[in-house]
Design a protein around this ligand. Structure first.
Ligand code: NDP
Length: 308
């Protein structure tokens, strides 16, 4: 019985060390050193091999090393194989830092002052209170809720949108397609933290941007597939949107010469909003292995029907 890891090898070496300390009885292999494929019972991967079913006929659980599973081609997976996403707390902590930094940067005019410094211009712009900047988060899951709690604490009027109805202290919660219009109409900074599914692909499009107040800003930390790139450029160029902070793009790495690289109102980062931390990840995986042994429900189990 072996545990196979197939993702970033540097962090994989840290996983190996933690497994050796915490679960020495379970042999831990790092791709491509698979050993006997029929003894692989657990696979932690960013992208599993295409022939996963043939290669690992006795696989019992597939773990994603990330919080999302949209990078998995579900059609290649055995239909009954449990798929588990990563829920270790370091992911939420990193996301809270990134989105808080992005929202504060937009609110406190970071781009304007960076340009002014480049041009050696000393000019003060009015400082507005946080209460004047309404933040709206698409997605009220593990990450959206953590982000909203932090931003609410900083004094931003906060709202969230999800598929099913939620309640959160101090946060205005909207749901479903009926709730989306009202949610957008009260949102000055829109943060995307829904998973990428058939229902959410292309959600960030011109029709949605038109429902935001004029001059609103976008922070996309979901997936590149949520955004219709040409619609973003059109909305920025005609002033419907004032700025976009993008951590994810449809094609990653973003191709050389892509208009996003040089757009004055786009801030780009290379998909680093948050990263799975090996110590938390190994804790989360070992907890799920214990639950699996004891027949308890797995934490972060994906509902294949729903797509997340
Ligand atoms: P969760 O599964 O915990 O939460 C997803 C939320 O999105 C839920 O509130 C869900 O609604 C809502 N949702 C899903 N589909 C729809 C829909 N069609 N309409 C409205 N709401 C919808 O996910 P996480 O919070 O853990 O992660 C969100 C995403 O963040 C990941 O899937 C990943 O793509 C991205 N991510 C990006 C990272 C980066 O570095 N840029 C790092 C980590 C994650 P409901 O509550 O009703 O189910």
């Amino acid at each position: 019985m072996t545990f196979l890891y197939k993702a970033d090898p540097v962090r994989g070496a840290e996983w190996a060390q933690l497994f050796a300390e915490k679960a020495p009885e379970l042999p831990f292999h790092i791709w491509p050193h698979v050993g006997d494929g029929s003894s692989v019972r657990y696979l932690a991967a960013w992208t599993p091999p295409e022939d996963i079913a043939q290669r690992f006929p006795n696989l019992e659980i597939l773990f994603s090393v990330g919080a999302g599973i949209d990078q998995f081609d579900m059609s290649t997976l055995p239909p009954d194989l449990p798929v588990v996403r990563m829920t270790e707390p370091g992911i939420a902590a990193g996301m809270v830092q990134y989105v808080t930094h992005a929202v504060l940067g937009l609110h406190r005019d970071s781009r304007i002052y960076a340009r002014q410094q480049r041009d050696q211009v000393w000019r003060a712009h009015r400082v507005r209170p946080a209460s004047a900047c309404r933040v709206g988060v698409l997605g009220l899951g593990m990450l959206g809720r953590a982000v909203l709690q932090q931003l609410h604490g900083l004094g931003f009027p906060c709202a969230g949108w999800s598929r099913s109805a939620h309640q959160m202290d101090g946060i205005d919660c909207y749901s479903g397609s009926d709730g989306l219009r009202d949610f957008l109409a009260r949102t000055d900074v829109l943060v995307c933290l829904v998973p990428l599914t058939d229902d959410t692909r292309g959600l960030l499009n011109g029709e949605l941007f038109a429902q935001l107040p004029r001059g609103a800003a976008l922070v996309n930390v979901g997936r590149g597939g949520h955004l219709v790139e040409d619609d973003l450029l059109a909305a920025l160029n005609d002033g419907q949107l004032s700025a976009a902070v993008l951590d994810v793009c449809e094609t990653e790495p973003l191709p050389q010469g892509h208009p996003f690289w040089t757009h004055p109102d786009i801030v780009l980062t290379p998909h680093i909003a948050s990263m799975t931390q090996p110590d938390g990840a190994v804790e989360a995986v070992l907890e799920n292995l214990r639950r699996h042994r004891e027949g308890l429900p797995l934490l972060g189990l994906i509902d294949r029907q729903r797509g997340y």
